[in-house]
Design a protein around this ligand. Structure first.
Ligand code: NAD
Length: 368
């Protein structure tokens, strides 16, 4: 815990959870709740650490602020393998242990889905990302985040003079975000030349058939079950010849080591914190435009905030397009005028709203 830094906006709370009866071990970080009760996902992973949860919570603070929604940032991690663990007792214990932290509204993240959000809802009456049948806007089924990534791409690609129609796209991680992004890119006429998952990379410079790819992954379990294309090692995807690269899986996958091999002109951060800060700076020096996570992947949390307010999916999709495109334009404009990295430009804009809010409202304000 000592490695988690404090600064002028947070984190307000860092909690370690331990319940030997259910086997739950986890972490919750509530970063800043000035703008409203915090929304942030629950990550289930055997390797999730308190520092990672803090970095993800901070990304949510930035994302929610710049997305104009009235929510602060938080995140939780449950230390378990989502493929082998019995998740229901873990999630029910998790919910009971955070019952009193009512400024935190949990949502889905890697390793869980809308069923887990129902278990939390049953225990403590608050969560987002519920199934449609229970009044939710299931952000992963709707592809909200991948949709927003492509909305962002439309503006960012134009900025670098790259027509989206015909652009060659590589996507790391064909999960909820990656698969939706692949489908929406294909709708815009882009060519998906490579995708991967933890078992390997599939590459076809002439373009993969996105429908067959998503079906192969969903029905057979791996992108390597796609008939056609070349099979390559997992991490080779970062060095492949393409125009746009979308990391949509784990943190810190592009670092100083592999950043030099990136051939893409544009990186859109579909995942949270997928590029180290040092790599973002190195890529900028090489002229690669990197749109940070809290701008590019805000579609999911916008959908969650709309669910919380009982809005329709149509209203949410319109807001996602407008807000992500406006924010992409705002940060690119600031980058040009003030010679900043895109992340720094976005953080300044996000912090402005939080700091203005903090003039009026304390960050330990109790949301109910
Ligand atoms: P997911 O679990 O549905 O998909 C993750 C995919 O990544 C899986 O296909 C998995 O096989 C693959 N993967 C795992 N390790 C890999 C590796 N080493 N190399 C390549 N692929 C690997 O998760 P998701 O919901 O799509 O989320 C992905 C990322 O996007 C996470 O960082 C998450 O925090 C972020 N994110 C998700 C949403 C959302 O709406 N789901 C919103 C914002 C940000």
């Amino acid at each position: 815990m000592t490695s988690i830094p404090n600064d002028s906006i947070g984190p307000a709370k860092v909690l370690r959870l331990y319940d030997p009866q259910s086997g739950l071990r986890g972490v919750v970080v509530v970063d800043n709740v000035t703008l409203g009760p915090a929304i942030g996902g629950v990550r289930v992973s055997p390797s999730v650490t308190p520092l990672e949860v803090f970095r993800l919570a901070r990304a949510m603070t930035m994302k929610n602020s710049i997305a104009g929604i009235d929510h602060g940032g938080a995140k939780a991690g449950i230390i378990a393998d989502p493929h082998t663990a019995d998740l229901e007792p873990l999630f029910r214990a998790f919910a009971r242990m955070i019952a009193g932290i009512d400024e935190y509204i949990p949502g889905p993240d890697m390793g869980c889905d809308e069923q887990a959000m129902v278990w939390i809802q049953e225990e403590i009456g608050r969560s987002v990302g519920l199934p449609a049948e229970l009044g939710g806007l299931p952000l992963d089924l709707l592809g909200a985040t991948g949709f927003g990534v492509v909305a962002c791409a439309e503006v960012a690609a134009q900025e670098i003079g790259l027509p989206l129609k015909g652009a060659r796209v590589a996507i790391q991680g064909l999960g909820n975000v990656g698969a939706a992004a692949a489908c929406f890119f294909a709708e815009k006429g882009a060519s998906i030349v490579a995708v991967n998952d933890r078992s390997g990379t599939i590459f076809d410079p002439d373009g993969l058939d996105v429908g067959r790819l998503v079906t192969a992954k969903r029905q057979q379990g791996s992108v390597l079950d796609y008939a056609g294309g070349q099979r390559l090692p997992v991490d080779e995807i970062f060095a492949l010849d393409c125009d746009i690269l979308v990391p949509a899986a784990n943190p810190d996958v592009i670092d100083l080591q592999n950043a030099a091999q990136v051939k893409a002109k544009l990186i859109l951060q579909g995942a949270n914190i997928p590029v180290t800060l040092e790599a973002e700076a190195a890529l900028a020096k090489r002229g690669v435009l990197v749109v940070p996570d809290f701008i590019a992947n805000a579609g999911g949390v916008i959908m969650a905030a709309m669910e919380y307010r009982r809005k329709s999916a149509e209203v949410a999709f319109t807001y996602i397009t407008q807000m992500i495109q406006a924010n992409t334009e705002r940060i690119l404009d600031k980058v040009k005028k003030e010679d900043l990295l895109p992340r720094a430009a976005g953080e300044l804009l996000a912090r402005e709203r939080i700091e203005t809010g903090m003039k009026y409202r304390s960050w330990s304000h109790k949301w109910r």
